[in-house]
Write a protein that binds this ligand. Sequence first.
Ligand code: FE2
Ligand code: FE2
Length: 412
Amino acid sequence: MPDKNLSLTQNVERLKRYAFLEQSVMRTLAGWLPGAPEWEVKNEIGLHIWEDADACERLRVRLREMRTHHPEKGIPEALRHLARELDCAANTLELLSTVYLVVKKALLETYRLHPTLTYPVFDRPTIKVLGELTEIYERQVAWAEEMVARLRHESDGGGDGESVGGWEEYIATLFAAAGGVDGAASDIVVPARPTGHPLLLPWKECQREPGWPVFDPDSDLEPDRETQPYAHREWRFRHYLNEMTAAETIGSILWMTPEMPWEFQYNTARHLWDEVRHSQLGQLVIRQLGYEVGDIWQVVQIYNVMMTLPAVDQYALLTTVIEPNGMPEKRRNIEHFEDIQDDVAAAAISYDWSDENYHIRWGKKWTPVMLQTYGYPETPEEIAARTEQWLLVHTPVKMQVRMAEEAGATLG
Ligand SMILES: [Fe+2]
Ligand SMILES: [Fe+2]
């Protein structure tokens, strides 16, 4: 039986583990966002990555209230090992069946139990936070149970059911050996990783559903906004739908930069979810126009070519070049969609424009910190100029070249 009436110190030690596990599942899911081919999974875990980061932040705020300013200190190596091993799933099914049905499910059970173990008056703020996190995890775990059942059913046809069970058991054993969620003493021997599980992260190429059409850069012609407003609208929202690749780029950046401060990870998890939402506003308009998502070409090339750059270059390029260059077009499009009386399209871009203001602000804040953290000799202005030159040569998306040129860039 767990202790009744936890002391403040015991309470802090538990909350530190919860915060660490929230951060760990967030990081694993971010790294896997490009690697899961299933469109529904990308859309859903995009939200969960933000929710997990926000859960971690709320726990960290509560820990600060209990005078703990470095909650990452004192996390045992066995728990860190578990977090690293979660990344080594071989596919979406193994990823979801461990991150959700082993780790998140155990966290959910603990979040339900914790309020009965602590002082109801003295520690009421913890009870409030955990109550909110319980609701979030009930929804997340219910989604995963259904998705895992579906993926398991599909993989049974390929005769893969056995190896999935093996991976889930491996992670569950590691977790128990590390003391589970609450840090119970354990004499379980840490097993070796099953064969066939090399680390696949970071994904060099983003994955899509089999048979989905791939973007052809040569046939990507931008219809004239004034003379072909409906063709232009469809073209523009096809590109919005493809902002999933921006989310995937950010997922890999987040995974590749664990040395960055927690606040960066927190902001970047939100940035990631915003880009999933920008894809979703594209999905919404495209469906209104009578298409299915699977009918629309996927601009996988932009993720793949950006992954030839280091994480710092990718972050500087996205947030200090591509995103600022895109702003003037948004203002023009809001007015234009109002003119042609498409309120949904105008509203979609108004929200996108608001989100982008924050992305640019975060880019200004974090690019200098990244340059320093990773020992770059460049200033923020220098890395922006260098990566913009790279973009002009390497992007498969003509719109990005046009926006850079309108902002004054020329190939040097
Ligand atoms: Fe966006
Ligand atoms: Fe953005």
